[in-house]
Ligand binder design. Structure first.
Ligand code: PEP
Length: 239
């Protein structure tokens, strides 16, 4: 699989969610100024839709945070894979826990989104992860197994997995290395050893090195800390 951000290395994706650095479009420029051209090639930024082309013009690879399950037409507010492709988008996050929770996104819809992306040569970054109660009752593998069924029809397709325990997202409680290692191993056993599996959940410059050191971790999906260029420059120095 060709990883566009960091060829053959670990992939780092910045998920800005519904935010911009320092809250404004000017923040994108000041964010980009902190990175050398070589560092920019190592980072994939997922800004809100309106800023995808602007972020790309500053020299980063881009990811969308979502995509329509429909091809084209009267779908007010949606953005199709074809339009993302025209905007030069390389990756797209699918099934982030915030969308599963806030928009009731389930298997069938997520599978439709993946079809759209693959048809337009955009690599899906499919998010999976268990809730705190499921983690506490040791149901992580069962939950992941059910979520991964959405990929049953996509064997041998280029799809990246992001393991993001819901209890670790935005909480400051990142999963420990042993847990991450075990879960990534499980996902790779299930989907094939060459599947790229990213970790996401409260990653910052302080804990990234220990996570990136794991052989089973092929990269990171970073939310909160990804709006801070100084944190991201430090993390990129680790890959
Ligand atoms: C995310 O939402 O994808 C994420 C990993 O967020 P955070 O890093 O803030 O936990």
């Amino acid at each position: 699989m060709i990883i566009m951000g960091n060829l053959m290395g670990k992939l780092i994706i910045a998920n800005w969610k519904m935010n911009l650095p320092v809250g404004s479009m000017a923040g994108i420029t000041s964010f980009a100024e902190k990175f050398s051209p070589a560092q920019k090639k190592l980072l994939v930024v997922a800004p809100p839709y309106p800023f995808l082309t602007h972020v790309r013009a500053t020299g980063f690879h881009t990811a969308a945070q979502d995509v329509s399950s429909n091809e084209k037409g009267a779908f007010t507010g949606d953005v199709s894979a074809e339009l993302l492709m025209q905007a030069g988008v390389n990756y797209c996050i699918v099934g982030h826990s915030e969308r599963r929770q806030n928009h009731n996104e389930g298997h069938e819809l997520l599978a439709q989104k993946i079809i759209q992306l693959l048809n337009h040569h955009i690599t899906p970054v499919f998010c999976v992860g268990e809730h705190a109660d499921e983690h506490a009752s040791k149901k992580t593998n069962d939950v992941l197994s059910a979520q991964l069924h959405a990929l049953d029809n996509f064997k041998d397709k280029e799809i990246i997995i992001a393991y993001e325990p819901v209890w670790a997202i935005g909480t400051g409680l990142n999963a420990g290395p042993d847990h991450i290692k075990t879960v990534h191993h499980y996902i790779k056993q299930r989907l094939g050893n060459d599947t790229h599996v990213l970790y996401g959940g409260s990653v910052n410059a302080g804990n990234a090195a220990a996570i990136l050191a794991l052989r089973e971790v092929d990269g990171l999906l970073i939310g909160g800390a990804s709006l801070k260029p100084d944190e991201m420059v430090k993390i990129l120095a680790m890959v």
